[in-house]
Design a protein around this ligand. Structure first.
Ligand code: PHE
Ligand code: ZN
Length: 881
């Protein structure tokens, strides 16, 4: 389908469904190629819909086998059916049942939407609109039904049969080859939360008693032989369930909670009611096959999907425009959980890094859209960093603005008032307006307006009057379809840092809300602080209090002082990032002055050296974040136009190498002090020590390659965990030569048969910033560890390459052509993965003219092809618009 032909779906066109479906009885007989589905739907005219309206059910590639109303087969003259729709123009005017039989081929389902097989396991994925690939249905989130599901399968093939809710019956069928299970979910839910699983799976389990005294059986199901890797996920589940009781007052509401890991999955995981289905990458962990980062992501994603039980399932979305209602809020909840489980400042820094690299770049390019989009052609293309990560920032700002107590009352009110409904952002915000007594109409603009605001700030100190005046102004650049921008409500947490720390804040300004919070809700304003005893250094946007850019011209000396003196950890980290960013922006432009870079490198190197010596060991996780410079892609985004990736990369390399050189003397001592004692443990403190130790290894690889290559080899051999061994490989990829190739080969050998580990091996190679990488990646596509059919493999190798700033953006355009060709090939089997990959082009407009032209040509070639999926066509069209 050409996307011009695809209808534009608009928020303002929302109408309630004319029909409702109160109950769904599904009878599914699983078979690899011929799965039979009988759906019994109890239909009822919606009092809020059009009386006498036709019944039009959604389908997608469906084959209808039979159809009956109230048990009587339907004459072909009274309905029309295509693979995409089943229409009954004149249905009964009262309640009735519809029985629909369809036949599916799960083995042929390469889109991984609807019912498919993932290495012999039957599983489903229905968000956003996959249920219509199982049966004809009113596939929209505001139609909520109670499901009873009977699953039948060959015992040998699928000894485990799972669906949503509670197991109510199970038995062998006569003959003994086949068996069945019946699941009932008492909570009405939209079709996108339906799930089933069938297969030979191992599991780990644990009993759990909720705070309100309900006994729950928890289980994590994995491929046979991998149960010993499921413990961390189960442990994380127990911890996040407790946390949700304590922090949000939310108890679980079924007798069972199951998590299933599958190896072919388009996204990270899915919150199906009582039956979360996961990409196995976010479940499986043991020290040999998962890194510290994997342990942290598993904990976060297990929590995310579990938290959806209330924010997503009990309260769902009225329509897909409200996606951020569940996603932004649930990301906020999982971020808070991880912050409580680990280090809050370090978690905040990591989240802001992700926000800037993924969301700020989206906001700055042609795919920018509001947190709540107004129109879409393909909803799958709106599971974006803007909806998720910026959506979470909006919730965080709300909390800062109305305060913790009002925020809690607002959440409680939301849970009470909207439980069991399909809600909107307006209803959500209404709860907080009521709980806080504040008008949130202006704040709501965060949901409507795309683009990253810039706050321009400058301060003046009047020594005679002991007065400090802060001038603040905001602006938001135009984004597609939104040329005129309005001011938004920006909470700016701040402090004035004096010689002995924070100075008291005294002001009569209306913009000052107390507790170090200034609210900038106009184009500009000034705040004057009185009785300021000394000239302060302003520390603005503490904790990154708004998803905005800050333009504040502090000297390197002032920033370095904030680094050592700021009471806010986030801004301590930010201050050094700002020093590095400024110099890299300057040095990454044509005709840059090399001396400036060298001078700043000296200052940064010295600051880091004394910091590491003085208290690098007191909080290694924080120190690791401090050591990690902004990435070249961050610098490219800061420069914003006429970008030459090679120049930026060269400047970045120079600065990193200089810093590494400054730290060389400390390296052996620090690495020694940070070395592990005892067996691997995944906790945050141990992970922090490894992070710092490995960050130092990376710097050594640049500053002293030969010695560092020894260290990498030693660490690879001695390492008892994947974190250290992978870090050795990653550092070695910075050192061209035979030793690198030998370690790459050795790594592959030691992890043969471990696809998730080999994904990291593929990605480490795809990220090498050298001209040979494209050929290397092409060769790796022939490696047995790679497959175009598995999304994780594609994301690792091809996605990794597309994230390689210098090589994807090769001056000859070969990187663009390569990725575009793969997008086109992949589109035939898996449009969702293909369109995500095409999203790698999102920053093409900021490039220098030569690359820009080549990128546009590659995009145009894709866009011009016939028979593109709606997913890919939509991205291509918007990227070029
Ligand atoms: N709803 C899932 C989540 O964020 C993401 C997802 C969307 C998964 C669509 C699959 C398909 O938790
Ligand atoms: Zn989610």
């Amino acid at each position: 389908m050409r996307t011009e032909d695809a209808p534009l779906i608009r928020l303002e066109d929302y109408r309630p469904s004319d029909w409702l479906i109160d109950t769904v009885d599904l009878d599914v007989s699983l078979h690899p190629q011929k799965t039979r589905v009988r759906a019994l739907l109890a239909l009822r005219p919606n009092p809020e819909g059009q009386p006498g309206a036709p019944l039009k059910l959604d389908g997608d590639e469906l084959v209808l086998k039979s159809l009956a109303i109230d048990g009587k087969p339907l004459d072909a003259s009274v309905y029309t059916v295509t693979p995409q729709a089943l229409t009954i123009p004149a249905p009964p005017a009262h309640d009735f049942t519809l029985t629909i039989e369809t036949e599916l081929d799960p083995s042929a389902n390469t889109k991984l939407m609807g019912l498919y097989r993932s290495s012999k396991v039957y599983c489903t994925q229905c968000e956003a609109d996959g249920f219509r690939r199982i049966t004809y249905f009113l596939d929209r989130p505001d139609v909520m039904s109670v499901y009873t599901v009977r699953l039948e399968a060959a015992k040998a093939e699928a000894p485990v049969l799972l669906s949503n809710g509670n197991l109510v019956a199970a038995a062998e069928l006569p003959g003994g080859d086949r068996h069945f299970a019946v699941w009932h979910d008492p909570h009405p839910k939209p079709a996108y939360l339906f799930a089933l699983v069938g297969g030979a799976l191992d599991h780990v389990r644990q009993d759990y008693v909720t705070a309100d005294g309900h006994k729950v059986e928890l289980a994590v199901y994995v491929e046979p032989g991998k149960a010993d890797r499921a413990g961390w996920a189960l442990d994380s589940l127990v911890r996040c369930m407790r946390w949700d009781e304590q922090v949000f007052g939310r108890n679980y509401d079924l007798d069972m909670f199951n998590v299933v890991a599958v190896s072919d999955f388009n996204m990270g995981a899915m919150e199906n009611k009582g039956l979360n289905i996961f990409n196995d990458k976010y479940v499986l962990a043991d020290p040999q096959t998962a890194t510290d980062g994997d342990y942290a992501s598993i904990e976060a994603i297990i929590a995310h999907e579990y938290f959806h039980n209330w924010t997503g399932n009990r309260i769902t979305c009225r329509d897909w425009f409200q996606l951020c209602l569940k996603e932004g809020l649930t990301v906020f909840r999982d971020q808070e959980f991880s912050a409580d489980e680990r280090s809050r400042p370090v978690k905040r820094i990591a989240d802001v890094r992700t926000l800037r690299s993924t969301q700020f770049s989206e906001d700055a390019g042609p795919l920018a859209h509001p947190v709540r989009p107004r129109a879409y052609k393909e909803i799958n293309n709106f599971y974006t960093p803007t909806v998720y990560e910026k959506g979470a920032e909006v919730i965080r700002m709300l909390k800062v603005l109305i305060g913790d107590d009002a925020f809690k009352r607002g959440m409680d009110l939301y849970f009470e008032r909207c439980d069991g409904t399909a809600a909107t952002i307006e209803e959500f915000l209404g709860c907080f307006a009521e709980a806080s007594g504040q008008n949130l109409d202006h704040f709501a603009r965060w949901y409507e307006q795309a683009g990253t605001p810039t706050i321009v700030a400058s301060g003046r100190y009047d020594a005679a009057a002991k007065r400090y005046t802060l001038d603040l102004a905001q602006s938001t650049p135009p984004t597609p379809g939104q040329t005129e921008k309005q001011p938004v409500v920006l909470p700016i947490k701040l402090g004035l840092v004096g010689a002995k720390g924070d100075l008291p804040l005294k002001t009569t300004s209306n913009a000052y809300a107390g507790d170090g919070l200034v609210v900038l809700d106009q184009p500009s304003l000034s705040v004057t602080f009185e009785d300021v005893a000394e000239a302060p250094i302003p520390s603005l946007m503490r904790g990154f209090s708004a998803p905005a850019r800050l333009d504040l011209d502090l000297s390197d000396a002032d920033l370095l002082r904030l680094f050592s003196a700021d009471s806010d950890s986030f801004n301590r980290w930010q201050s050094l990032q700002s020093v590095a960013t400024r110099v890299l922006v300057a040095a990454g432009k044509p005709g840059a002055d090399a001396d400036v870079l060298a001078a700043t490198a000296d200052k940064l190197g010295e600051a880091l050296r004394s910091f590491l010596k003085a208290d690098g060991l007191s909080d290694p996780a924080f120190a690791a974040q401090v050591l990690r410079l902004p990435a070249p892609a961050d610098i490219a985004r800061e420069i914003g136009g006429d970008v030459d990736p090679d120049a930026i990369f060269a400047a970045h390399r120079k600065l990193s190498t200089a810093i590494g050189t400054a730290l060389l003397g400390e390296l052996p001592g620090l690495r020694g002090a940070l070395a592990a004692s005892g067996a691997y443990r995944p906790d945050a403190a141990s992970a922090g020590r490894r992070a710092l130790r490995n960050e130092l290894l990376g710097l050594a690889a640049l500053a002293a390659p030969t010695e560092a290559a020894d260290l990498c080899e030693e660490q690879f051999v001695a390492g008892d965990n994947l974190t250290d061994r992978l870090a050795a490989l990653a550092a070695m990829t910075l050192i061209p030569g035979e030793r690198r190739e030998a370690l790459i080969a050795r790594f592959a050998k030691s992890y043969a048969g471990e696809p998730l580990v080999l994904d990291k091996w593929l990605m480490a190679q795809a990220l090498i910033a050298e001209p040979g990488t494209l050929e290397r990646v092409k060769t790796l596509m022939q490696h047995p560890a790679f497959s175009l059919g598995n999304p994780n493999r594609v994301r690792a190798l091809i996605g990794g390459f597309a994230a390689n700033l210098t090589q994807f953006n090769r001056a000859d355009g070969a990187g663009y052509d390569f990725v575009a060709d793969i997008v086109v090939a992949l589109d035939k089997t898996n449009p969702q993965v293909a369109s995500r990959l095409l999203g790698s082009f999102k920053s093409w407009r900021m490039l220098e003219p030569g690359r820009k032209r080549l990128a546009r040509e590659a995009l145009s070639t894709v866009a011009a092809l016939p028979n593109l999926s709606r997913d890919v066509a939509d991205i291509a069209e918007r990227a070029l618009a």
